[in-house]
Ligand binder design. Sequence first.
Ligand SMILES: [Zn+2]
Length: 138
Amino acid sequence: MENRKIKRHAKSLQQKAHTHTVILDDPTVGRYKVISGGSGKEYIVNVFQKGGASCNCDWATKRLDTLAENKGATACSHTIAVFEFIAAGNGKRVSAWADEQDAKRQHRPVTNLADGVLLTARPVPKRYRQADFLFLAR
Ligand SMILES: [Zn+2]
């Protein structure tokens, strides 16, 4: 029962992430601006080289003990939005999971976002347009 509750949390976080706007702020340090789709507030997300990301939203910064445990990483809708943004740039789509078994079942590399949230990414099939095949008619 408890597991199912967390699972829903990962999916609802991802749904919320879809409403945000992500802007690459500084590629040299992996800094992104995330504008909340709900409040219009702007947050700063820093992606760590060793994986995970930090965020300066209330939810992420208020839990100081968990934050220390996670070495500054947080799994809020803003960090998920940034990983979705990065994946989209590589032609991939991200899924968020709270259950390790569910994540492993995707047979994709699993990224641990902290707070018990795992991310997997799968390639998005390219959509071809008719114009892409015109060379065949020549
Ligand atoms: Zn956040």
